[in-house]
Design a protein around this ligand. Sequence first.
Ligand SMILES: Nc1ncnc2c1ncn2[C@@H]1O[C@H](COP(=O)(O)OP(=O)(O)O)[C@@H](O)[C@H]1O
Ligand SMILES: [Mg+2]
Length: 264
Amino acid sequence: MDSLIQLSELTKRYGHGGSAAIENVSLTVAAGEAVAVMGPSGSGKSTLLNLVAGLDRPSSGTVTVAGQRIDSLGETGVARFRRREIGMIFQFFNLLDDLTVADNVLLPAQLAGVRTAAARTRTAELLAALRIEQHRDSYPARLSGGERQRVAIARALVNRPALLLADEPTGALDTATGEEIGELLLDLNSSGQTMVLVTHNPDLAARYAGRTVQLLDGRVASDGPSRSGDARVASTAHRGVGGSPPRPAPSPGRYAEGPAQAWS
Ligand SMILES: Nc1ncnc2c1ncn2[C@@H]1O[C@H](COP(=O)(O)OP(=O)(O)O)[C@@H](O)[C@H]1O
Ligand SMILES: [Mg+2]
């Protein structure tokens, strides 16, 4: 089994003397997995994601992503690593308001030194796949929450990251829009994208992630197959009966055409 993320005895304390936000967590995620991270507010979910992304440094323990020990990289090394290997999406989208949709998506490719023509092609491809190409020249403030999250997903994918991290990506969306974003993530995982998804929503976890890790006070309380493993099937059947427009079948490679090495 190819492990994409390997956390070993990971502990994170903020400040000194405080209690640990993450305490002695060891966890492996295989390439191709979709893992939901659940737990009460303050249980360490965001801290865990930030450690995996190299946005934060552990107090002790190691973080290995795609074969790279990121806890021992310097600032520049971590930044470069994150640009290439990690895509992140957040509850409140974190788009740049002064840039158009297309420029928001282009920016990480430009920062990674991708040729402009190639970056534009990739951006157009993603905007089309995520059905937001009609908004390419709009500013984020003009878009709905669901549209903004789709822009954020496109931006996260532009450099073909090995790993997509999502911190409560549906937390600011209504139920129907949240489901739409969940379906997109499911499609992405079906086409091979490894992802770790923090959510408060057990339904989302069951439907869109095969495995759920429960955190409690910074520790792994449980780790196993997401409950109600047939929720995905049930929901699809329900949708069919409900007469909603059929959604396109997941097409492998829709988001990840072309060899990744041509990119770097
Ligand atoms: N930057 C920070 N400085 C100090 N304490 C923090 C910081 N970020 C998180 N914490 C603390 O760490 C714990 C875990 O927080 P967090 O990872 O945000 O939890 P969750 O995402 O599960 O709600 C909480 O007690 C929180 O107050
Ligand atoms: Mg959080």
